[in-house]
Design a protein around this ligand. Sequence first.
Ligand SMILES: [Zn+2]
Ligand SMILES: [Zn+2]
Ligand SMILES: [Zn+2]
Length: 132
Amino acid sequence: MSDEETPGVESRISPPDLTCPRCNHLLPSGLGVIKCVMCDAEVNVEHEGTRRKWREEKVSCPECSKVLVCGVDKRPANLQCSSCGSHFVLKPHRPKIEVACPKCDRVLRMNKRPGERDISCPACDAEFKIKF
Ligand SMILES: [Zn+2]
Ligand SMILES: [Zn+2]
Ligand SMILES: [Zn+2]
């Protein structure tokens, strides 16, 4: 479950959760033209409040821990630390969700992604599906 390869820092600010106007499934998180993974509709998502918070978001440099103001209103954002000069990526926030196993009630934390997924519970091996 790790699709997080690039080094960098994850943004703490997430755009609003929206559903696809055509098929009503959850849209992938982001701003701009977002493509629904379920029906391929392209939806233009804009949210000025999120853009502003993105610009003003404070992040600490992964190298020297200096706190920087992002200044960029999109994610991912390529940033350069003004103190040590290192480059890093401020990655989109990845929404998480908690799902309880229907068999043993163990709470599983996972990335919230649109579509249907097969989950297998690490505690009791029950298999079930979730869908957004
Ligand atoms: Zn759709
Ligand atoms: Zn630095
Ligand atoms: Zn279970």
